[in-house]
Write a protein of this length. Structure first.
Length: 336
């Protein structure tokens, strides 16, 4: 009889040990990422696009089903509330996304920079805070995300993301500055009667519709976060040049957040871009087509992103003949 009772106890203890070990592994995996890995900058811009006002935008950010916010910066086991603070100077506006860490501390997550550039033209970007994303991270709508009026072309270097910074798709070599005047919230905040929005909520006073939920593990949250990525692109240039001057004096940081994430942030800054692998085969062929000889030179490269979830193949073909030469470039993106 004693043996019959002893075996279940041992099995139960073994199961408990395995469960505890798996939970510890999940926690270790989550802490290996930058805090910004749990907040989608692309998702925040998508919510701004859907909203009719800054008040509604704040509500969409803090709605669980939207899967934009998965932050728990104070480590209390509950999702943090993100409030929105707006400031305006002439045709430039900034919307600060601020995490309520505690009763005495807050931490800026990102700032949306918006500028009216014409009667019916506006540009927008969201900039991730360097204490959350390891360095300043700039996201803007891609050309395929909107029917943009008066589009302006500007060259951008290819970008594959940087570790856990953000899950972004391959940035095209020519970025299109998208006109966001058609977004309802943009028109609302530039209306003559608009008064700048300052969130009335604080650590002790929360909206009645909001209830915190448990944060998702990184492996669970990542697919939701990646859902917003294809419509936005990482760039390296501030479109709204005056916005940083408005935002800099009002930036808020948390000592608690900086201390908790100092090791991960410093490690990321020391090695911001994991090495990417690529192959560069080069082949040259000569063909004759019932006439003058033509030389076809084909060169292709395949880049693999650091996290291995995408491959970008560039193929450049140059055809030379008696009448001159022509070059054609093809880019293919393969996602895993």
């Amino acid at each position: 009889m004693r043996i019959k009772h002893y075996i279940p106890l041992m099995l139960g203890g073994l199961l408990l040990h395995i469960t505890t070990s798996l939970q510890a592994q999940d926690t270790a995996a989550d802490t290996a990422h930058l805090p910004g890995s749990n907040f989608s900058l692309q998702g925040a811009l998508e919510m701004f696009k859907k909203a009719n006002s800054p008040e509604e935008f704040e509500k969409l950010l803090n709605t669980q089903d939207n899967k934009v916010n998965n932050l728990d910066l104070n480590g209390d086991g509950d999702i943090d509330y993100i409030k929105v603070v707006n400031k305006r100077e002439n045709d430039v506006q900034v919307f600060v996304l601020q995490d309520l860490v505690s009763e005495t501390e807050s931490q800026d997550i990102a700032v949306i920079e918006l500028q009216k550039t014409g009667a019916e033209n506006a540009v927008i970007q969201i900039v991730g805070d360097e204490d959350i994303y390891g360095r300043e991270t700039i996201i803007e709508p891609s050309a395929g995300n909107d029917e943009a009026a008066n589009e302006t072309s500007k060259k951008e270097e290819p970008y594959f993301g940087s570790g856990p910074l953000v899950n972004t798709r391959y940035a095209p070599t020519r970025a299109i500055i998208v006109n966001v005047w058609v977004w309802p919230c943009v028109r609302f905040v530039f209306a003559p009667a608009y008064t700048v929005w300052v969130s009335p909520w604080s650590w002790r006073v929360r909206p009645v519709w909001w209830h915190p939920w448990r944060p998702l593990a990184w492996t669970v949250y990542r697919p939701y976060r990646y859902h917003y990525a294809p419509h936005y692109v990482v760039v390296h240039t501030h479109r709204v040049v005056y916005a940083p001057r408005i935002y800099r004096p009002m930036r808020v940081t948390s000592v608690t957040v900086r201390t908790r994430n100092q090791v991960v942030i410093n490690r990321y800054r020391a090695n911001p871009r994991p090495a990417r692998t690529f192959s560069s085969p080069r082949t040259t062929t000569t063909r004759t087509f019932n006439g003058p000889q033509r030389t076809i030179n084909t060169r292709s490269r395949t880049y693999t992103s650091p996290n291995g979830n995408r491959q970008v193949t560039r193929q450049r073909t140059t055809v030379s003949g008696p009448r001159g030469s022509a070059t054609r470039t093809r880019t293919r993106v393969k996602r895993h």
